[in-house]
Design a protein around this ligand. Structure first.
Ligand SMILES: NC(=O)c1ccc[n+]([C@@H]2O[C@H](COP(=O)([O-])OP(=O)(O)OC[C@H]3O[C@@H](n4cnc5c(N)ncnc54)[C@H](O)[C@@H]3O)[C@@H](O)[C@H]2O)c1
Length: 271
């Protein structure tokens, strides 16, 4: 299937933010390649989107999978215009003293090494064509500790700095590299399950977290996907090496409603 539409590969596209990116990019006229380890869900979403959408199995831990998928994209489309490195897990939880080394390796292989592998193989395709955009999904947890477990926080911080480092290199080949740092988004990642039970579990989490959010609610995945689409588009042609925070004000500071009354009540300035 050769196409003149811009081509976008999205990892972790069977669920949550990745699935929203697939829908939003597809609606914007991209040929989208959805990649994931949840094959049934990924295939179903690609089928639902219809022409211009396809599913490819890809485990982001495996370099061979990136080689195979990018090889297929090159063969079928002859180009790659955008890569969204989105797949991740929360990873290992708990105190630093309890975390076995293999848990460290496992978490970082999905949260950080995956982004390295994706950028490495995308750059090999985008470099010769002299254009492209990479968007890495980081997190507010990569900017401020305390929003996730240790290894997640560390890996997401590394994703932010790897984004900036690679952006400085690849801009010389016409490739822009940016990150998006979402706040709290309603997806299965918060629920510990990937099947239909996640919606029920989310009802409780939605209520628990609402008051901590300056907007009084968590984000919908599409609200993150829109930022990803903008960064990938020509409208962001002078934006690279940027970590865009999309968090409903979470990192800006304490919610207005939680600030002490003396700050919220009107008093004229003393002159
Ligand atoms: N939901 C949030 O509140 C939030 C906040 C900040 C950042 N993020 C980030 O957004 C991204 C998407 O997360 P989400 O919230 O949509 O979660 P999600 O669980 O809904 O989606 C993650 C997807 O990644 C896939 N995946 C997991 N391991 C994989 C592997 N080895 N290979 C390929 N695919 C794999 C899963 O199958 C799933 O489809 C992640 O990078 C996450 O860290 C999420």
């Amino acid at each position: 299937m050769s196409t003149s539409a811009p081509v976008c590969l999205i990892t972790g596209a069977a669920s949550g933010i990745g699935a929203a990116c697939a829908s939003v990019f597809h609606a914007a006229g991209y040929a989208v390649v959805l990649a994931d380890v949840q094959h049934e869900k990924g295939r179903a979403l690609a089928a639902e989107l219809g022409a211009g959408a396809q599913y490819m199995a890809l485990d982001v831990r495996a370099e061979a999978d990136f080689e195979r998928v990018l090889g297929e994209i090159s063969q079928q489309h002859g180009r790659l215009d955008c890569l969204v490195n989105n797949a991740a897990i929360v990873g290992t939880l708990g105190p630093i003293a309890d975390i076995p080394l293999e848990e460290y390796e496992y978490s970082q292989s999905i949260i950080l090494r995956s982004v390295f592998l994706g950028m490495k193989h995308a750059a090999r395709l985008m470099g010769p064509q002299g254009s492209g955009a990479i968007v890495n999904i980081a997190s507010v947890a990569g900017l401020l500790a305390g929003y996730g477990p240790h290894l997640y926080n560390a890996c997401k911080a590394a994703v932010v700095n790897l984004t900036k480092s690679v952006a400085l290199e690849l801009i010389e080949q016409g490739i822009r590299v940016n990150a998006v740092c979402p706040g709290n988004v309603e997806t299965p990642i918060h629920t510990g399950v990937t099947d239909e039970r996640w919606q029920r579990r989310m009802e409780k989490i939605r209520i628990e977290r609402a008051d901590d959010q300056p907007q009084g609610r968590m984000a919908q995945p599409t609200e993150i996907a829109e930022a990803v689409l903008w960064l990938a588009s020509e409208r962001a042609s002078y934006v690279t090496g940027h970590a865009m925070v999309v968090d409903g004000g979470l990192l800006a500071g304490m919610s207005w409603r939680h600030q002490p009354p003396y700050l919220r009540e009107f008093h004229p300035a003393k002159r």
